[in-house]
Design a protein. Structure first.
Lengths: 394, 290
């Protein structure tokens, strides 16, 4: 009977593996019949977002924001009398999904400009396609590599380097000299250890240990055990929710008892939903959206942010997250540029390089050299306490 | 050093308890119906998301959990009655395709109802304890406790009770079992009910720490599958031991080697077992499959 058993289990294992590979297919993205590009008919804005998968806590508010803004714009008469058609595709938080969706937007939908993706990895997968097709792309992800030396790619999220500078300045002020890093294993966390080493050198800060986690990870005991055993003065957890929230929770539950910093990747409600009371005391570098009520009345961003918060909560019954803000900025920068020069790709690209916009994530000033438009002044530090963020400095 | 090792062991044992419950469900169904239930992991996610949703809408924690577990058990029975029982000639391959369909269907339903974001059940009552530098989260006691009570209860049920013996009879000698008056229909329903029950329990006890996600069942079910293979798909005890070992190996690999290799460890074990000991940990190579 040994043989029959062998024959039997092997195909099961194979089929199960195939099932695993093929199981994650779902598409919430809308689409519409292709329309030839031109100067008449609707202006087509494509978006590729992490609507499902590990980046969903980013992609969903981004999708909501873009949908809301497109409705508002069309209700107000569109751009120069032309309606705007928004086509959102779900990349399922994967690189290949993002590449496929981008090709579809460029080749069959013939969009005029693309927004996306939500995270660094998928954005990096989209970059060469946009560059080759010469279609402007505005990413809503963080890693500076997305726009480094790019011709056609821009982004609205604060640079990870600026975020690290903000965190390291605070660490230096508090006298921490040894840091541990627990980072996202995907593109978002790529290069962070090197940046800390470089930026830390001027500040007398060294990186003593680096741990990583997949964004789909659920157990963080191994990483936190290693951090607990290190001689670090403070820890940086660099990830997005829910994984970063789970990491924070494990961090507290395992009694690591070192001060902890987070990136701007966690600036949404999901952080509190996931980490609960364990969030208290965590310090994060982020934009100003979540601390608007604590800003000085004359802050230039305050009015923009409050209008966005009012519109978003009227439409969806909840407060917007930072990620909705990144999409808001990308949308307005795109629409302003189209409004100024139309849809000719080269003219649009040149206009984007001159874009100036007071938005949710900061006050943007794009240049030919800086396709991100923000510096460290776009960031603040805030401390988590009982489900809200308290502004530490501005 | 020892503290770290013990800390990883605790994490591995609690994670392994979840795999063990899923393996128990897989084996319960397989021994009676020779069905490999790909949807086993979805039972866990369905119960986790369901009870998270019920508690969020104001239901007391334990009532919500009870409702979720009962509902998922009924879903498993419905799956047996509406789908599995209707196939005249059920081969393992057809069973995989069918249950894969159910798995995809359940995922789609969860995505539509609860959206793409992960959700967690509130933490169960209890306090975290610190023993000699090793911190044990209260939820980890619940996870290990669930395996002891529910998993252990099912093993006892199979070995001691009349119904359990009837189920084993169906598995070992289906024709003889029918001759002596054991209903194959009832046996099959009972097996699926057990699968739904243990899957749901695994889902709710792990949800406070690991969260529940519409797409999270596939990987979880696969880990249960690896544990079931370690048990030769017949032995509950070997599968439970295998599941706990799998959980610990994953924790050690993540802690001492690299956290990215964690899931790889499970599949490496699967391949090694299939090549070296396809009959699982306990059976002699010549043993008759039951």
């Amino acid at each position: 009977m040994k043989k029959s058993r062998l024959r039997f289990i092997a195909p099961i294992a194979v089929v199960t593996a195939l099932a695993l590979a093929g199981c994650s297919t779902s598409n919430l993205g809308g689409s519409s019949p292709a329309d030839p590009a031109g100067d008449s008919g609707p202006i087509k804005i494509g978006a590729v977002l992490d609507v499902t998968g590990v980046g969903a806590s980013l992609g969903v508010p981004e999708q909501n924001t873009l949908t809301m803004l497109a409705k508002q714009l069309n209700a107000d008469g569109g751009i120069g009398g032309r309606d705007v058609e928004l086509i959102i595709l779900d990349d399922q938080s994967t690189e290949d999904g993002a590449a496929k969706a981008t090709s579809k937007l460029i080749e069959s939908e013939k969009v005029d400009i693309i927004i996306g993706a939500s995270r660094t990895g998928p954005s990096l997968a989209m970059r060469p396609l946009a560059e080759a097709a010469k279609i402007p792309l505005i990413s809503v992800a963080a890693n500076v590599a997305i726009v480094a030396d790019s011709q056609w790619v821009f982004k609205t999220t604060q640079n990870d380097v600026s975020v690290l500078e903000t965190i390291l300045n605070d660490a230096q002020k508090k006298g921490y000299t040894k840091l541990a890093l627990v980072r996202d294993a995907t593109g978002f966390g790529e290069g962070i250890a090197d940046y800390i080493t470089q930026l830390g050198a001027d500040r007398g800060i060294t990186l003593v240990t680096t741990e990583s986690f997949e964004p789909s990870a659920t157990d963080f005991t191994p990483q936190m055990t290693n951090v607990r055993g290190s001689d670090a003065d403070a820890v940086i957890i660099w990830g997005i929710n829910p994984s970063a929230g789970l990491a924070q929770k494990a961090y507290v539950q395992l009694g690591v008892n070192k001060p902890v910093y987070h990136s701007h990747g966690i600036a949404n409600k999901a952080f509190f939903d996931t980490a609960g009371d364990a969030a208290n005391g965590a310090i994060a570098a982020m934009g100003r959206l979540l601390v608007t009520d604590q800003l000085p009345a004359d802050n230039p961003q305050r009015q923009v942010i409050e209008k966005f918060q009012a519109d978003y909560s009227a439409a969806y019954g909840e407060q917007p997250s930072t990620f909705g803000g990144h999409a808001f900025d990308a949308w307005h920068i795109a629409v302003n540029a189209i409004d100024a020069v139309g849809t000719d790709p080269a003219a649009l690209r040149d206009e984007l390089e001159k874009a100036e916009f007071t938005g949710i994530s900061g006050v943007f000033k794009m240049t030919a050299k800086n396709h991100s438009g923000l510096d460290a002044s776009a960031l603040i530090l805030a401390e988590a306490q009982d489900g809200r963020w308290n502004l530490l400095k501005d | 050093m020892l503290t770290d090792f013990l800390q990883l062991t605790v994490a591995g044992l609690s994670q392994g308890s979840v795999y063990a419950l899923l393996a128990v469900g897989l084996i319960a169904v397989y021994t009676v119906r020779h069905v490999i239930n790909i949807a086993q992991g979805e039972f866990a996610m369905l119960a986790g998301l369901g009870s998270a949703w019920l508690t969020a809408s104001g239901m007391p924690l334990f009532l919500a959990i009870l409702v979720a577990i009962l509902t998922v058990t009924l879903v498993a029975i419905a799956m047996e009655r509406l789908i599995i029982a209707r196939v005249k000639k059920l081969t393992p391959l057809i069973s995989i395709i069918l249950t894969l369909g159910v798995s995809t269907l359940l995922q789609a339903i969860m995505l539509l109802i609860w959206g793409p974001e992960a959700k967690g059940v509130p933490r169960f009552p209890g306090t975290n304890v610190l023993i000699g530098g090793v911190s044990i989260r209260s939820q980890e006691f619940w996870m290990i406790g669930a395996l002891v009570v529910v998993g252990g209860g099912i093993v006892l049920f199979y070995e001691k009770s009349r119904w359990g013996k009837a189920l084993r009879a169906c598995a070992e000698q289906p024709v003889a079992a029918r001759i002596v008056g054991i209903s194959p229909v009832a046996a099959s329903v009972l097996a699926f009910a057990i699968a739904g029950l243990v899957g749901a329990v695994a889902g709710v006890v792990s949800s406070p720490i690991y969260l529940s996600l519409w797409s999270g069942g596939v990987l979880l079910g696969l880990k249960g599958f690896v544990a079931a293979v370690l048990g030769g798909f017949v032995s509950f005890r070997a599968a439970i031991v295998g599941a706990l070992m799998l959980g610990m190996i994953e924790a050690y690999v993540a802690g001492y080697v690299a956290s990215g290799l964690r899931d790889g460890a499970a599949f490496l074990i699967l391949i090694l077992v299939l090549v070296v000991r396809p009959q699982g940990l306990v059976l002699k190579p010549t043993a008759v499959r039951v």
